[in-house]
Design a protein around this ligand. Structure first.
Ligand code: 5GP
Ligand code: MG
Length: 184
């Protein structure tokens, strides 16, 4: 694994984002909604940097990969959300890749009639987007590599790493082979 961003760099980035948010909302109450599961680490770090009236919620988005669909259908579960009607909402996601997840979750939020919906992503992968939407706040622009750590997983592992690493293709293949032989 190759370290892309260190713990210190991530902390600086989160503090910078927090500053931008505080300045942008000018003391108006904000409802932050993290998209599960990848956003849990940045969510926890970000909210503790925000000195402003704040509510926190989560929404689950996961893709269901049908046999015939190339891109999985996205299932959004908003049952865990606080009421956002007439509220200023900031959606938080770990990484902006094709962009489809964020676009669909933003659309789902709008159905609940908030005062405003904006979006924040900690990482924006360069050159991958398939949508017009741009997140309002971006932590880091990163190259088109598969990354893990600081909330991001590979097969549910590595989320707890304090840094961001890129997984080489060889490591992904090895991992799959180990899985097949039952060894770890
Ligand atoms: P999008 O809908 O923008 O294509 O994808 C967003 C989701 O795909 C992210 O929330 C994340 O779960 C997953 N994803 C995209 N790129 C990566 C990556 O490099 N590493 C990991 N671990 N997940 C990724
Ligand atoms: Mg995710």
């Amino acid at each position: 694994m190759k370290t892309l961003l260190t713990e210190d760099q991530l902390r600086d980035g989160v503090q910078r984002l927090a500053k931008e948010i505080v300045e942008f909302y000018e003391g108006r109450p904000l409802t932050i909604v993290g998209i599960l599961t990848g956003s849990v680490v940045v969510l926890a770090d970000l909210i503790r940097e925000l000195n402003m009236p704040l509510r926190v919620g989560v929404v689950q988005a996961r893709s269901y990969h049908g046999a015939t669909t190339e891109r999985g259908e996205l299932i959004i579960n908003a049952d865990l959300m606080p009421d956002i009607k007439d509220r200023d909402v900031l959606l938080v996601d770990d990484i902006f890749d094709t962009g489809h997840t964020l676009v669909e979750v933003v659309a789902k939020m709008r159905e609940l009639q908030p005062r405003s919906v904006r979006s924040l992503v900690l990482f924006r992968k360069e050159g991958r987007q398939q949508v017009q939407h741009e997140p309002d706040f971006v932590g880091f622009r990163i190259p088109d590599e598969f990354v893990v750590g600081y909330g991001l997983d590979y097969e549910d592992a590595y989320r707890h790493l304090r840094y961001l690493a890129s997984l080489e293709e060889a490591e992904i293949t090895n991992h799959l082979l180990e899985g097949e032989s039952g060894g770890r």
